[in-house]
Design a protein around this ligand. Sequence first.
Ligand code: HEM
Length: 295
Amino acid sequence: MRALSTFVVRCTTPEERRAGSRVPIRAMRWLTWLTAPHIMLELRRIERAVDTLVADHRSGRIARKDNLLGLLMDARDPETGHAYSDTEIHDELMTFIGAGMETSATALTWTWKLLAEHPEARARMRDELRDVLGDRTPVAADVDKLVWTKAVLAESMRLYPPIIGLTRVAKGHDVLAGYRIEPGTTVVISLHGVHHNASVWDDPERFDPARHLPENLTTERRHGSLAFSAGKRICIAQNFAIMEMALSLAVLAQRAGSGDRGADQAGAVVHRRPGRAGPDDGDAAHLSGLRRADR
Ligand code: HEM
């Protein structure tokens, strides 16, 4: 163990060590180049696109300022007047892309799988959408009223948290579940474990969105559901993510039609793009309205 941690620390760059990081980011990048070069090529493509975007904003080729990039460029430290460098802006944007895409996509994928397996939950969502929206397309202001739809999302993220664990570095001495924690220790919190704690969630493997309805949300349950983390480093986009996912669910469910189809027919049609990770065509489930819209 000691040898492993020495190796890990040696693999970190001086900047990483100065920042107190024990995660050898540069070494991990090289390892990924060796084992999965196609992923690194895709990552490089995204990084180049981000750099082009930053350069286009700097040069005035893109004049719009009412977006995240504009905000980052105009931001100044109130004490020092320091503005973000291009590298810092690049890193912030990559964090947003990384933190914001796969998380919501994963949550929605599990949610559709669960809805496909639970026709009663699907029917209740269809009724709610009909009552709140009728035939019109949902807008952000509707989301507060989509109480069941949001409960479905919350239950899906309880069962399958898109981020499986959090880490925190202990500031002082502590005792956790009988273990002594020394200052500087990295503590890993398993969200899957927290979300499947039977003393908070009875029958934790059961899909039951009603647990998250406002009248059933006890303080214990609020604290026992940490998909977006908690405290100072809580997901900066929690409300945006819930809104984006609820709207996406609502629109797709409207297009899916009656919702009375069997579990095997309630998901979207998913086609594998050559060379990409994803389900095989053979796994594709069908959703009539979506098939048409896909073409
Ligand atoms: C289902 C959707 C999402 C889930 C489950 C999720 C979850 C999380 C979690 C657990 C953290 C905290 C990590 C920690 O405490 O160490 C986090 C942080 C963050 N999330 Fe999300 N997130 C989601 C969507 C998004 C979206 C859509 C965006 C951006 C548009 C986003 C941007 C961020 C950023 C920038 C941070 C870092 C905040 C900081 O360090 O202060 N997330 N997210």
